[in-house]
Design a protein around this ligand. Sequence first.
Ligand code: UDP
Length: 236
Amino acid sequence: MVATFLYEGKAKKVFETDDPNEVIIIFKDDATAFNAQKKDSFSEKGRVNLAFSKYFFDLLHENGVKTHVVSFIDETSMRAKKVDIIPLEVVVRNLAAGSLCRRLGFEKGMALNPPLCEFYLKDDALDDPILCREHIRYMNTATEEELSYIEQQALKVNEIIYNFMDSNNITLVDFKLEFGRTSEGEIILADEISPDTCRFWVKGTMESLDKDVYREDKGDLVGSYKKLAEILGLEL
Ligand code: UDP
């Protein structure tokens, strides 16, 4: 199989394959926070995040959500449908945390019922600003109809993962998704779902088992991801 380098992001590398409709994504050990102002590398992080992504994508497939996954190749790489990523970070929140508290002064842990869905522009140079639908209307990224579909899919993903994690004594606080368009124009869920892109708290506490451990220097990052895996019975 021929694999030509295509793109490198903060946590992943993407390679072309001999099939023009598929790519190989390699999960790196790098961690960044605050728009890459903080950067480090953690042994095993790529492998652990890919294992979580597989775990959550499998759960979503069982529940009828369409994603970019084709197959999982080895411990750090997966084969995915080639998509044009829609430059929106779609965030769903069940409890207030992170930027929502910083920006609006909401108390950390405040319940958001019904869950809040937000859009941010995926643009590091602009520091990923929050968008309202009116802004997106002027961008050539998604139609109103596509945006409604994306929001509905994001809320469905939230319901599936929230309920699953809740039954395992973990609260899904919030998470970020990215969607892409296939060559046939279909919008599907892309990127990853892992403790890098979600906030998970031990139920009834604010104990983080996610990237906040790194953002806030709260201890051993990969150790906390492994603790989450153990709670879920996920073998790493
Ligand atoms: N998130 C992400 N990538 C980003 C920004 C946010 O995966 O570039 C995730 C983050 O892990 C959290 C959720 O989206 O689960 C909401 O993040 P928030 O807006 O609170 O930003 P932060 O506090 O991380 O700056």
